[in-house]
Design a binder for this molecule. Structure first.
Ligand code: PSU
Length: 304
């Protein structure tokens, strides 16, 4: 049996049939500094509740897959050092050896599906890193979207990536990339990317219906919902681009590789923008949590 533990709140929701929204933990341990990481995690959970669903933050603690964390667990995770960053490849060994780790988008999707949760909110998915033609560095998040039936709400892929290549790969993998309410895909901190939206939908109800239809068709995999950062929180593409270039140059100069790349770049962006990248990141995650809750509620209505 999978060693799985549900929080009291998640157990209650499952008993009452309240819709659930999965949340990841890598954003807490590797994506934001303490204490803003824990404060954000709590605000994100509250945003899910305010929109009619129950949050299930996912992490592996001492060999148990936790679906829903209590306040102390969240606080401990937010301050812990050397927490593993777990993707598809890592979760089984971590569980089997009593390890502790935070789940990325890919790992959270697997855990959400195992727990019967259809909708998951994050900040921005991983994707094809710039220079991937030499490094082959492509996030496992993309493959996961192609094989695990969870709807992932993000503000697109993180803008530190090669966005055109990221969306090309998603197209090749047959992943539905849905843009909410605009004809251009968002780019994490910015509302525009220059890339046309493959599938534009305008409401949570439509997104839920598309999720359900994929299931009826027996298609494997999930959907990526790209939800633009709110206008008042956006850092425009024009403004952020030189900062991204500077952060990438630093990563290159310091020889940062593999799993370290994304956390390093997010931390450098925080320093270079004097905290603005983090303020925007928090705003976009909250926005995604609200939409994910609305999709989960809509999906619940459809399945009754
Ligand atoms: N969204 C954020 N910040 C993050 C992440 C998402 O706003 O730190 C995390 C997710 O866990 C995602 C990971 O899966 O970044 C991507 O890492 P990589 O590029 O190494 O696959």
């Amino acid at each position: 049996m999978i060693p799985m533990a549900f929080s009291a709140e998640v157990t209650e929701a499952m008993k009452n049939g309240t819709p659930l929204v999965a949340l990841e933990s890598t954003i807490i341990t590797h994506g934001m500094p303490y204490p803003q990481n824990v404060e954000t995690a709590r605000l994100v959970e509250a945003a899910v509740r305010d929109n009619g669903a129950v949050p299930a933050t996912i992490a592996i603690i001492k060999g148990t897959l936790h679906v829903g964390l209590d306040s102390d667990q969240l606080d401990d995770l937010g301050q812990a050092k050397d927490v593993k960053k777990l993707s598809r490849a890592d979760i089984a060994a971590c569980l089997a050896t009593g390890g502790t780790g935070a789940t990325t988008v890919a790992a959270t999707m697997i855990c959400a599906e195992a727990a019967g949760i259809d909708v998951f909110a994050t900040g921005g998915i991983g994707g094809v890193h710039r220079g991937a033609e030499d490094t082959f560095d492509i996030s496992a998040d993309l493959q996961e979207l192609a094989q695990t039936a969870v709807t992932v709400v993000a503000a697109g892929a993180k803008a530190i990536l090669d966005l055109p290549k990221t969306f090309e790969v998603l197209e090749t993998l047959g992943v539905p990339v849905i843009g909410l309410g605009q004809d251009e895909l968002p780019a994490f901190w910015s509302r525009s990317s220059g890339i046309p939206t493959p599938i534009r939908l305008d409401t949570a109800d439509e997104i839920a219906a598309a999720h359900q239809m994929r299931g009826l068709l027996g298609l494997p995999g999930g959907q990526l919902v790209c939800n633009p950062i709110p206008e008042d929180a956006e850092i425009t593409a024009e403004e952020i681009l030189p900062h991204i270039e500077a952060a990438l140059a630093d990563a290159d100069a310091q020889g940062i590789k593999a799993k370290e790349v994304t956390p390093f770049l997010l931390q450098r962006m925080y320093e270079i923008t004097e905290g603005r990248s983090l303020t925007a990141n928090i705003a976009l995650v909250l926005n995604n949590a609200r939409l994910a809750a609305k999709i989960a509620v809509a999906l619940d209505k459809l399945s009754r």
